[in-house]
Ligand binder design. Structure first.
Ligand code: NMX
Ligand code: MLT
Length: 461
């Protein structure tokens, strides 16, 4: 069955479940919220729904129920490769079903039709200051294509209908994921390769074509496939997925929504951490090694200097994970299995950081998770293959993340999720509830009340 038909069937099957949950079980309590969660970035509050991936704090990500190794194992591989095509993964994320090789071929063919980027995008990118951050360029390029949004045109047509609105989101979403690597490669070539013009190779799948467009070697084709799949989705609460979902919930089309998602991904606590890791590692070598071999002792000293300066160790810690990120391990295994890469000096430093950083962070005692996340390992692979412009690394993340964000908002529309609008409260309300909570819990003055009394009252206009 063609991808869109299967998706239509799956959405139809799912709709009664949502209706039944709301109609008969809408009042069932699935969480309670504490003051520290409200102040602390809504951490762990169960308030989003997605079946596309789920993040277990101990195990890490599962895409449509499969772990990373299971996903790589299950999906049809690119010709002559150990890795699946990105196109097969797109099918899988959207539908939850492993496509047959013939179904993958259909998606690959459709993908090629959709990957044509309008020429005005190239004019816009060329007109931008060449030293603009590549994430600014990427987000601008995506936003500029909004004028051709099929969903926005459908909305304006006067025939808007909630039941079929998802079909137009799907059309935009598919166009957008197909154009992402083309735009990313253009930015790379514009900024770092003197605006060299390279045409897509119609015989190649998405990952391989990306490698071709940025002038990379044969081996990099698998790097691209692996990278885009690993970065695609991390359930819905991360900043890029959540921003995309939030903006789309106002019925802003996928271009508006993903441009917003990319702007969130560009933050150093989120996707930009991958460039920060490279920056930290190279500065460490320059400042601490001075021509001598890096040692665990030197790395430990540099990590403490970073912490004592009040900065974070990039690539370590996570808001949900409490173990080493399996995306980190998957990339590490790739490095260890790749002759040349496993002996690479930078990989050795990154491995030494892995040996000492968790201990340092644990000793400092602040981070809830001292283990590495995806960003601690991704840059070294790019660096090894010659993609040394590390401000580009978050663009690569953004190409992958588009798959998850676009699959998610296609389903958001399919299931008719409402405009997102949480409620805010005032600090005075929190203080009142703190006092009431303190009294209710202990039957006497609670510790919260003492704190409230110790600070001057807030005057409210
Ligand atoms: N280095 C130093 N301090 C850290 C780190 C770290 N890697 N991770 C957490 N902490 C601190 C954090 O800043 C906070 O300090 P304070 O109380 O002074 O505000 C304290 O530990 C408690 O934070 P957590 O609850 O453990 O972490 P949170 O959920 O707030 O934040 C991250 C999660 C990922 C933002 C945080 O671990 C971090 O800043 N890591 C470094 C940046 C990074 O690698 N980001 C990429 C995440 C993955 N991605 O691709 O998005
Ligand atoms: C991600 O891939 O989005 C990051 O690991 C951040 C997160 O999950 O919060």
């Amino acid at each position: 069955m063609a991808l869109k038909d299967l998706l239509a069937q799956k959405i139809e099957e799912c709709r009664p479940h949502i209706a039944m949950l709301v109609q008969h079980f809408g009042g069932v309590v699935i969480d309670q919220i504490t003051i520290d969660q409200v102040i602390g970035g809504s951490r762990d509050i169960r308030s989003l729904v997605t079946d596309i991936s789920y993040l277990d704090p101990q195990e890490g990500i599962r895409f449509r129920g499969k772990t990373i190794p299971e996903t790589f194992e299950a999906l049809p591989k690119a010709p002559g490769s150990q890795y699946p095509t990105v196109e097969s993964f797109w099918y899988y994320l959207l539908t939850g079903e492993v496509p047959t090789p013939a179904q993958v071929e259909e998606v690959v063919a459709d993908w090629k039709l959709r990957q044509n980027v309008p020429s005005y995008v190239w004019n816009i990118l060329r007109a931008m200051p060449r030293d603009s951050h590549p994430m600014v360029m990427l987000s601008t390029a995506i936003l500029s294509m909004q004028k051709d949004s099929k969903f926005a045109a459908f909305y304006r047509s006067g025939k808007f209908n909630k039941k079929i609105a998802w079909e137009y989101v799907y059309e935009d979403a598919f166009d957008l994921v197909a154009r992402m690597p083309i735009v990313a490669a253009f930015i790379y070539n514009l900024k770092y390769r003197n605006d060299v013009q390279v045409a897509s190779n119609p015989d190649l799948d998405m990952g391989a074509n990306f490698a071709h467009l940025i002038g990379q070697c044969e081996e990099y084709k698998d790097v691209a496939r692996m990278y885009f799949i690993l970065h695609a989705d991390h359930e819905s609460g991360n900043v890029s997925a959540h921003a995309t979902h939030l903006v789309h919930s106002a019925l802003s089309d996928p271009y508006y929504a993903y441009s917003a998602g990319l702007n969130g991904l560009a933050g150093p606590l989120h996707g930009l951490a991958n460039q920060e890791v490279l920056d930290w590692t190279l500065k460490f070598q320059e400042k601490y090694c001075n021509g001598v071999e890096p040692t665990k002792e030197l790395i430990t000293a540099a990590l403490w200097d970073t912490l004592n300066a009040g900065q974070v160790i990039p690539g370590y810690g996570h808001a949900v994970l409490r173990k080493t990120d399996p995306r980190y391990m998957s990339q590490r295994e790739f490095c260890q299995a790749t002759p040349g890469l496993k002996e690479d000096p930078l990989f050795k430093v990154v491995s030494m950081i892995f040996e000492v950083a968790p201990g340092v962070l644990a000793q400092q005692g602040k981070a809830k998770n001292p283990w590495p996340n995806v960003d601690a390992q991704s840059g070294v692979i790019q660096w090894y293959y010659g993609v040394k412009e590390w401000d580009f690394y978050t663009v690569l993340f953004g190409v992958g993340r588009a798959l998850g964000c676009m699959a998610n908002i296609t389903w958001d529309r399919g299931l008719g999720y409402a405009i997102e609008r949480p409620k805010s409260v005032t600090i005075a309300m929190l203080e009142r509830w703190a006092v009431e909570g303190g009294r209710t819990l202990s039957g006497a003055k609670g510790p919260q009340e003492v704190v409230v009394e110790a600070v001057p009252a807030i005057s409210v206009a």
